[in-house]
Design a protein. Structure first.
Length: 336
């Protein structure tokens, strides 16, 4: 199993353990986040920087704020201005922007004054700042706000779909949900309506299906607009690894792409699937079930998190613990 790192807190300071529960990075930081890929955000005092997944510190604790890496670059903030550093800690784009987004498809949205534009990784302004609102590029197009309406541009700044929507989403699997006359439908990348706007809400497509709301209930449609799973749920999540979380009244469970209830809608809450385990809540306590719905780790915890490479952070009787997929404690400490 790949070696991973997990933040711990000892006597008010943060460090990291690995999958075995061994302290591998001493608790010397005033704040530490979970690893996101190769790096984690840490701080000393009111300055932030990164450590890598070998436990090596960055050159210095030097930034007013830092953000996660996207496509090899991370946003940093100095004196209320933002720029970017690379994975070696080199400052590659000076902190001169009033706001920034992460990189997506080689471009990042940046703000100068009140307007947004897009730069590439060489800090070249590819799309001049003229938009009041912007979103990341997805499938070659970015959602932007111009004149109070939303439309789409390509990565050269060409207007591909005119700004005429009050509400819209980015593209996923070739389609985007847009609002027309207060109802949601779906358009393709040329702006053609491919699914008529008849829904009160429309979510992104995931694994070929999208959740939609009609008459106060949620179901799932395919890319032709066929209702594959009838709208009978009070809440749904997108499909992930073949399952979707659903709720009827105040009970939660999971269905498959045929609408079959593979995990009974009987839990007080559920979370995502990780390491083939699903965290569920029963009478105010959390545990983990497998894909068959059987408890692998009994619901005894006050809080839980997802498993990352076989380890999850939990809270038990006001104690922070890390457990493995068998429910065995690999590390625990005093009251948090």
């Amino acid at each position: 199993m790949e070696r991973s790192f997990y933040p711990i807190k000892i006597c008010g300071k943060y460090g990291y353990i690995d999958n075995s529960g061994e302290i591998c990075i001493p608790a010397t930081f005033d704040y530490a986040e979970e690893f996101n890929g190769k790096f984690a955000i840490v701080s000393k005092g009111d300055k932030f920087d990164f450590i890598n997944n070998k436990g090596d510190l960055a050159v210095d604790i030097r930034y007013d704020d830092v953000y996660d890496f996207t496509e090899g670059l991370a946003e940093i903030e100095v004196n209320n201005k933002k720029g970017y550093v690379d994975e070696l800690g080199n400052l590659v784009i000076e902190p001169k922007y009033d706001d920034t987004n992460g990189f997506s498809e080689g471009m990042a949205a940046v703000k100068l004054g009140y307007k947004w534009g897009y730069i590439n990784k060489n800090d070249e302004m590819i799309i001049e700042p003229k938009y009041l609102g912007v979103f990341n590029f997805s499938e070659g197009l970015a959602l932007v706000q111009l004149g109070g309406k939303l439309g789409y541009i390509d990565n050269k700044g060409n207007q591909v779909i005119e700004p005429k929507y009050n509400y819209a989403y980015g593209f996923s699997e070739g389609l985007a949900a847009v609002s027309m006359n207060n109802k949601y439908g779906y358009i393709d990348t040329k702006g053609n309506i491919v699914i008529l706007p008849i829904y009160s809400e429309g979510n992104d497509f995931s694994e070929g299906l999208a959740a939609v709301e009609i008459k106060g209930k949620y179901g799932f449609i395919n890319k032709k607009g066929d209702m594959i799973i009838q709208p009978k749920y009070d809440w749904v999540d997108s499909f992930y690894k073949g399952f979707a979380a659903v709720a009827i009244e105040n009970k939660y469970g999971f269905i498959d792409k045929y609408g079959i209830e593979v995990i009974k809608v009987e839990f007080d809450n559920v979370d995502v699937i990780d390491d083939n385990l699903i965290s569920v809540e029963v009478k105010g306590k959390w545990g983990y079930i497998n894909r068959r719905g059987d408890f692998v780790i009994e619901p005894i915890y006050d809080e839980v998190s997802r498993f990352i490479n076989g380890v999850a952070k939990v809270i038990y009787k006001n104690r922070l613990k890390y457990i493995n997929t068998l429910g065995e404690s690999i590390w625990e400490f005093h009251k948090i």
